[in-house]
Design a protein around this ligand. Structure first.
Ligand code: TPP
Length: 331
């Protein structure tokens, strides 16, 4: 199957600019997290750099607070579009008591935000898929039209949870959309050592659901495939597996060094395709964005992230007394 690419300029300029702003905002925040890590102020960062286009396009096709979201650790841009703020994420990164994800008790990038139906996840990869299948079933039982969105990396598709969740969703024709953000590596392990199909989306056939490949460096194409999958799910026509081909512009995490398994040429090639820069060029060519506007967008995002960092750093750490809260009940 050929990847779906952006079918053109059928989206209005305002929507395209909103997408661009979301992408830049996520990138600026992500870069700031790395700075905080390298300064020794943040313990651990796992990045969405290279995934922004896919995540922004997908998130803009969902209804925040209505649909159920079971994300994975790279979904910074997705959660920002849905309504979480840089401040929320920095409170989590710096383990502050006011962190809405977990009160500063989870590792960073373990997203969970009740008002937006973002379901808190565990650290074992792919477990969130079962949460999504359960949420999709609940939506069906209640007679609601909410869809359940879940995402994971291509390496995580080796887990049993991936197969169990997709099979269950297909058998019961649940309104569940699974997005595999394929950046080619599971830490250092390439796709060729995880799956024996050319594309991850090929697996959809075995479950009896559509498998769609999309150019995940293109937010417009990502928005279109997601809009279609959401419409199908709301109409009661069952689940979809989407594979977004993305890039990983950083090592796996702030604790990883990718030099032993990724050539510098491969990294340079991915950076030349940076989805934020690529989308900026597209918008400039279409006359939707001027170089001055682009600079202003970045400056605005920097100001917001500066403020968020200041607030997060001035926010208290959790008290040791709260250590057992929400672990086994509220004791
Ligand atoms: C069940 C389980 N096994 C191993 C790990 C350690 N681990 C964390 S992330 C990761 C790589 C996952 O790669 P992929 O699914 O391709 O996602 P990516 O990080 O590339 O976006 C691994 C092996 C884990 N968290 N859970």
């Amino acid at each position: 199957m050929r990847p779906e690419t952006s079918p053109g300029s059928d989206l209005d300029a305002e929507l395209l600019l909103t997408m661009y702003r979301h992408m830049v905002r996520a990138r600026v925040l992500d870069e700031r997290m790395w700075v905080l890590n390298r300064q020794g102020r943040a313990p651990f960062v796992i990045s969405c750099q290279g995934h922004e286009a896919a995540q922004v396009g997908m998130a803009m096709a969902l209804r925040p607070g209505h649909d159920w979201i079971a994300p994975y650790y790279r979904d910074l841009a997705l959660t920002l579009v849905l309504g979480m703020t840089p401040r929320d994420h920095l409170l989590a990164l710096l383990a502050r008591a006011a962190d809405p994800n977990s009160g500063g008790r989870q590792m960073p990038a373990h997203y969970g935000y009740r008002p937006l139906n973002i379901i808190t996840g565990g650290s074992p990869v792919a477990t969130q898929m079962l949460h999504a299948a359960g949420a999709a079933l609940a939506s069906r039982v209640r007679g609601e039209d909410a869809v359940a969105y879940t995402s994971l990396g291509e390496g995580s598709t080796s887990e049993g949870d991936f197969h169990e969740a997709l099979n269950f969703a297909a058998v019961h024709q649940l309104p569940m959309i699974t997005v595999v953000e394929n950046n080619g590596f599971a830490i250092s392990v390439p796709w060729s050592k995880q799956g024996h199909t050319k594309d991850v989306a090929d697996r959809a056939l075995g479950y009896g659901m559509p498998g769609v490949i999309v150019d995940g460096l293109d937010p417009v194409a990502s928005y279109h495939v997601m809009t279609e999958a959401v419409a199908r799910a709301r109409r009661g026509e069952g689940p979809t597996l989407i594979e977004a081909k993305v890039a990983r512009l950083t090592p796996h995490s702030s604790d990883d060094d990718d030099r032993p398994y990724k050539t510098r040429e491969a990294v340079a090639e991915e950076k030349a395709q940076d989805c934020v820069l690529r989308f900026r060029r597209v918008l400039e060519e279409r006359g939707v964005l001027s170089p001055g506007d682009a600079e202003e967008v970045r400056a605005e995002c920097m100001r917001e992230v500066d403020r968020a960092q200041e607030e997060a750093e001035n926010s208290p750490l959790p008290s040791p007394d709260s250590l057992h809260l929400h672990v086994y009940g509220d004791q």
